[in-house]
Ligand binder design. Structure first.
Ligand code: NAD
Length: 556
């Protein structure tokens, strides 16, 4: 075991010594981008470089760049006339070719010492932290409509943290060994899974794509990575950083594809050994059903990990600090246009505090700037990701306009003439079971329910039973008894639970992320247990003396 620790320290010295003092790794610092700072200058230059440009992004299969005839474009959400990337869909044949190449590469990769594999991910983290940081941020901003800070916490900080902490957790795992008693030695070997892993990523976090493909690869697996159509540009930078860091061909293959074509092809391969998915509930359910229908084909039971949606809540008690409620809710509900799986989309406010909360929410709301985040750094949120999302969210606003139990307090305007812009919208609901209080909207829409102060216990029960999800939630209360009670009643309502803090902003290794119920399998990416999901441990018992007679002593 000491050998492993020694190896970790050895390769760490090659890259970022300050991250590895005494074998420890810390979170990547979040840069501030103040006027005159070098990071701001580098980012502005990278943004300028992308102006009006369309990057060609191929599939990468068998170590080669491949183009099919099915060409597509990724548009900038806030300026849809700008095609940021030209890419193509891998078809069924190409996907099957990739599966064959992956399976052929698996054995050698899995047999490589974890230290060697780890080195590649540490190097990729350093590339993203240094030479490619501005590029991945600019591409996340232009391609996915993120502001400076939202791109920084995602495509730089979180992604780099995923790579570094996964390495730490994978190395720590090597120390988790069974006991040995004379005359044998027992060893746990952390093998990759036998087959290939399909990684399917969502549009909203550049970091998630890197982690969905990267964590299994680190653990000795081979991966087909299907990025989201609306995050191709940034995903390709992540992929190239891994290749630049020395990832051999066929360990991760980059295969943009039509969702159902990809899902149908991978689930019908006998070699499928895992799906690492983040996205919506219907897509994950479809994949799970396909796997169960194909169970008889597989050589091994595929591992299914899925992190899905949420209907995240802020519960406010009469003892809460109003300014925390207001600023926490505005950030959680509207940053990145409410397109974080953890975004607050239902607020429960006590009648006694509501006039104050409402006044401050509306006052602050007037100061929020919606716009082009690459031109104006004061932009707080930009356009939503695409036309489909725009229409879906617009329909929710239309529903609010016509429903007798809903009233729009702020925002509500939608304009897709230049980009897919939707104003941050606050809606009050008189009915706590109205669809707007129960269904995921995934846009800048906050629904509020005002309750009588003395009914807060009933409201906690209501929050727990209102939606099928269990992702994130927050309680704002200074009364410790209320905090305790809320923590107990809402125990299963959120996999990430916050006290006097907003429901978004989980940090790798600090708040490993995920929820149960319809929100997913809660495997907690960003935490120590996650890497174990991508390993199939083998136990080896070695006996160091002859076995002796087959007869037991009492038989003599
Ligand atoms: P989505 O389900 O539409 O797409 C996710 C991915 O699945 C995309 O790459 C898509 O192309 C692919 N896909 C679609 N159909 C498929 C099929 N039949 N087979 C295989 N792949 C298929 O989700 P999205 O709109 O990209 O992301 C938004 C959703 O993701 C929201 O519900 C959000 O809450 C959730 N999300 C959850 C987390 C979390 O950690 N819990 C994090 C980010 C996003």
């Amino acid at each position: 075991m000491l050998q492993v620790r020694g190896a970790l320290l050895r390769y760490c010295t090659g890259f970022r010594l300050h991250h590895c003092a005494a074998g420890e790794i810390s979170n990547e610092p979040i840069l501030e981008f103040k006027r005159g700072s070098p990071e701001r200058e580098a980012l502005q230059k990278a943004l300028k470089n992308l102006e009006g440009k369309t990057e060609n992004i191929p599939c990468v299969v068998c170590g080669e760049e491949v183009w099919t005839k099915d060409v597509r474009y990724q548009l900038s959400p806030f300026k849809h006339s700008h095609r940021v990337a030209k890419y193509c869909y891998a078809d069924k044949d190409l996907l099957n070719k990739a599966i064959g190449a992956a399976v052929a590469a698996r054995k050698e990769w899995d047999l490589r010492p974890i230290q060697d594999r780890a080195q590649i991910f540490l190097k990729a983290a350093d590339i993203l932290s240094g030479p490619r940081r501005a590029e991945v941020l600019a591409k996340t901003m232009i391609g996915q409509g993120k502001t400076v800070i939202q791109a920084e916490i995602d495509a730089a900080a979180e992604l780099i943290d995923f790579f570094r902490f996964n390495v730490k957790y994978a190395m720590d795992l090597q120390h988790s060994q069974p006991i040995s008693v004379p005359i044998s030695t027992n060893t746990m070997v952390y093998r990759g899974l036998e087959g290939f892993v399909a990684a399917v990523s969502p549009f909203n976090f550049t970091a998630i794509g890197g982690n969905l493909a990267g964590a299994p690869a680190l653990m000795g697996n081979v991966v087909l990575w299907k990025p989201s159509d609306t995050a191709i540009l940034s995903s390709y930078v992540v992929y190239k950083s891994l290749l630049d860091a020395g990832l051999p061909p066929n360990i991760i293959q980059f295969v943009p594809a039509d969702g159902p074509v990809f899902g149908d092809t991978v689930t019908s391969s006998e070699h499928l050994c895992g799906i690492n998915f983040t996205g919506s509930v219907p897509t994950f359910k479809r994949l799970w059903k396909q796997v169960s229908e194909n169970l008889d084909r597989y050589r091994t039971f595929p591992r299914l990990a899925g992190e899905c949606g949420g209907k995240n809540f802020h519960f406010v008690h009469a003892s809460a600090d109003v300014s925390s409620v207001v600023s926490g809710t505005l950030r959680s509900a509207f940053e990145y246009g409410g397109q974080k799986c953890s975004a607050c989309s239902r607020l429960y406010a006590p009648a006694s505090l509501w006039p104050q909360i409402k006044a401050q929410l509306l006052e602050q709301h007037r100061q929020i700037k919606v716009g082009n985040p690459s031109e104006d750094f004061q932009t707080f949120l930009s356009a939503v990701i695409d036309e489909k999302s725009f229409n879906r969210i617009k329909n929710w606003i239309k529903h609010a306009e016509s429903s007798p139990s809903l009233s729009i307090l702020a925002g509500g305007k939608c304009d897709d003439s230049v980009g897919y812009f939707i104003e941050p919208t606050i809606i009050e609901s008189k009915d706590p079971k109205e669809a707007i209080m129960t269904e995921e909207i995934f846009g800048p829409v906050l629904a509020v329910y005002v309750y009588p102060d003395d009914k807060y216990k009933e409201v906690l029960e209501l929050i727990d039973t209102t939606s099928p999800y269990g992702l994130t939630g927050a309680v704002f209360a200074l009364d410790k008894d209320v905090v305790r009670e809320a923590t107990q009643v809402l125990r299963n309502a959120a996999g990430n639970f916050y006290i006097n803090d907003k429901s978004t902003g989980a940090v790798v290794a600090q708040q490993p992320f995920g929820g149960a119920r319809s929100s997913g399998t809660n495997d907690k990416p960003g935490g120590p247990h996650y890497v174990l999901r991508w390993s199939s441990p083998q136990v080896i018992k070695e006996t160091h003396a002859p076995l002796g007679s087959w007869k037991y002593p009492y038989m003599e």
